[in-house]
Design a protein around this ligand. Structure first.
Ligand code: NDP
Ligand code: MG
Length: 399
């Protein structure tokens, strides 16, 4: 590890990834510091973080000056507002690494700015690659930007890939916890409530990704993320359910050797590795006690109870505009489910329906992707207003 401190821009500082990242920085103030912190609207939490970490600047993308109490932030911290300010903050010359912890397609703007500036990026915002994987990876190759995965499965694969050459990789195996409904019957899943879907058995995450884990749409998005990040064919990606979330993913090489990365489920580890790579430093995450008895279980995913997963394979194979449409439809579907406007099982149905009705384009521009994102959101909202009146979950008792 170099002796100079790494200067970090942390996008989405107030979220689950953001707070885990700040735990990592707090434990390593000798080698890391945050220069930029951003949030959307939670200025109270951002102000507290600013007082603790004294960044050079903070950005609130969803608020204006008048929304924030006077003197909320330390006098030495510059307070800025809007997406433009965020894009400017990440490209500042002294930023070494940008950690993208914003949720949803809203994360694309800041990530894209960092890529154009050739920055090193700790990529948590998987939606960036789902929406614009081919353009993002192409632009990164042009500018020299380095995309280092923070998503635990992709971090595991990134680490396991170091055991061989790219042309020696047969396939990758993404592990999935299976979410809170892994053992539920199809009937019980059909009546799932937001409360039960938010109760993840192994990971403590923001609400959107927690619902994605319950539908297994998270794994679908991760298949697409892996396809672009590691330049693989969709047919080279497998998914296996592993309820303990200890084996974070695996790479199978052509000789049959399988390399895996293991650790207790805690996002601080992949976040720290994205910052310190290619070095490793003392970790802040809990470690295994290998003297105790424990078991690792693996089972095939059930595509009938979790149809969202099939969408991941299909969209990874199609490429083009399929990712942006799937992502936008899913963001609306998750929001509507969390507001008890549609049933849990309508989430993948809605996504498939919007995907099927879109005008597919194999080689879209960024502008085309952005306008399709808008179109898919409008269509998804229209779909929910037309079809959500008899949702079983809206009348079912909590599980
Ligand atoms: P959270 O919901 O916990 O946090 C989201 C963050 O993004 C908050 O800081 C929020 O600010 C900010 N934000 C929300 N909307 C916008 C917007 N429109 N523009 C700018 N900023 C916005 O999410 P997570 O931390 O769970 O997830 C973040 C990303 O990391 C997602 O892409 C997720 O898939 C990925 N990821 C998360 C993991 C986890 O363990 N949580 C694991 C692997 C990947 P505010 O608080 O002001 O609303
Ligand atoms: Mg993951």
């Amino acid at each position: 590890m170099s002796t100079t401190r790494k200067h970090i821009a942390l996008l989405g500082a107030t979220g689950s990834i953001g707070t885990s990242c700040l735990d990592v920085v707090r434990a390593h103030t000798d080698s890391m510091q945050v220069d930029v912190l951003t949030a959307h609207s939670n200025w109270q939490k951002l102000a507290k973080q600013a007082a603790d970490f004294l960044p050079k600047r903070v950005v609130l993308t969803g608020l204006k000056q008048d929304d924030v109490a006077a003197n909320a932030f330390p006098a030495a911290v510059e307070v800025e507002f809007g997406e433009e300010a965020l894009a400017e903050a990440v490209v500042a010359a002294d930023i070494d690494i940008v950690i993208t912890g914003i949720v949803g397609a809203a994360g694309l703007r800041g990530t894209w700015a960092a890529i154009e500036a050739g920055k090193r990026i700790g990529l948590a915002n998987k939606e960036t690659l789902v929406v614009a994987g081919s353009l993002v990876t192409k632009k990164a190759a042009e500018t020299g930007a380095k995309l280092i995965p923070v998503d635990s499965e992709h971090s595991a694969i990134f680490q396991a890939l170091e055991c061989g050459q790219a042309n020696e990789v047969a396939k990758i195996i993404l592990t999935a916890s299976g979410g809170p409904f892994r053992t539920w019957s199809a009937e019980k899943i059909a009546a799932a409530t937001p409360e039960s879907a938010l109760a993840h058995p192994t990971w403590d995450m923001g609400p959107k990704i927690t619902i994605d884990s319950a539908t297994m749409m998270n794994k679908a998005l991760e298949i697409i993320e892996a396809r672009w990040l590691f330049n693989l064919e969709a047919s080279q990606i497998d998914v296996v359910v592993h309820p303990q979330s200890i084996v974070h993913s695996m790479v199978e090489f052509v000789d049959g050797s399988v390399m895996a990365q293991l650790s207790p489920p805690d996002m601080k580890l992949p976040i720290q590795y994205a910052i310190t790579w290619p070095d490793r430093i003392e970790g802040v995450s809990p470690k295994f006690d290998l003297t105790q008895t424990f078991s690792l279980d693996f089972e095939p995913p059930d595509l009938e109870r979790f149809p969202a997963l099939s969408l991941g394979f299909e969209v990874a194979e199609q490429g083009g505009t399929a990712g942006v449409v799937l992502n936008a439809a899913n963001e609306i579907a998750v929001d509507r489910f969390l507001h008890s406007k549609i049933a849990f099982t309508e989430i993948p149905r809605l996504c498939r329906s919007i995907l099927a009705s879109h005008q597919f384009e194999s080689d879209p521009t960024l502008d085309q992707l952005l306008s399709l994102d808008k179109w898919a959101r409008q269509e998804a909202l229209r779909w929910t207003s037309l079809t959500s009146h008899h949702s079983p979950s809206l009348t079912a008792p909590p599980c």
